[in-house]
Design a protein. Sequence first.
Length: 301
Amino acid sequence: MKIALLSRNKNLYSSRRLIEAADERGHEVVVIDVLRTYMNIASHKPSIHYKGKELDDFDAVIPRIGASVTFYGAAVLRQFEMMGVFPLNESVAITRSRDKLRSLQLLSRKGIGLPVTVYASKPDDIKDMIKMVGGAPLVIKILEGTQGIGVVLAETQKAAESVIEGFMGVKANILVQEYIKEANGADIRCFVIGGKVVAAMKRQASSGEFRSNIHRGGSAEFIRITPEERSTAVRAAKIMGLNVAGVDLLRSNHGPVVMEVNSSPGLEGIEKVTGKDIAGMIIEYIEKNNKFGKTRTRGKG
């Protein structure tokens, strides 16, 4: 197969591993920086050009699109879909999962366990917002934040009011969520491929920190998940429409709750903790499911 890897940096661990895994299986991988592509949006022959040449004859495309370039990256991926190239994850599923508010609403509609979450533009009563999530301590998140950036734990009522007022003062879109104290600063990353959880790890926040992101100094270890956690992760990925996803769960007193569904989960932490060849599993999934024009959305949406 000839595979397009949409990545702005081929030296990143996840990109390197996908290239290695594909190469081991005799496939050709072409790394493409989405921001350097340009598209001909024609009725009969849509095309993508890169460094002066037309990109064609690809069998599959693996999107590793950073959050900061989601809009343009999804447009490029849509163009590949219109050309009949099989996408590991479809453009609509990626944009759906990147919109924190939309993704939570979709998960809520299907009965997935979630932290109590409040969203508002200009609330008349911030105190009522805080009351709706069970009071302080609570978590405030910027909708566009990634890797724990723009996430604040407000431990008192006064602190919560001040932070919410501050974010709204600079017109930031925020979510206010209940704080799951019993999680003790830990979450579970479930790696889903093709409707199955193929690996899982527990991420623990460092001392004095509540965010468990490895980028923020958190640690990771192997964990055995429960059948309910496994089912929740699989259902969450399916609701988003993602073939490959990292589903982040918290263990609460009322069962697993989903914090986020990631459409471009990193491979480094999960491979090192579990010792599993996740990159190889992704390439194997493409081998088994790759088919010209096999795109549910046909580039729409």
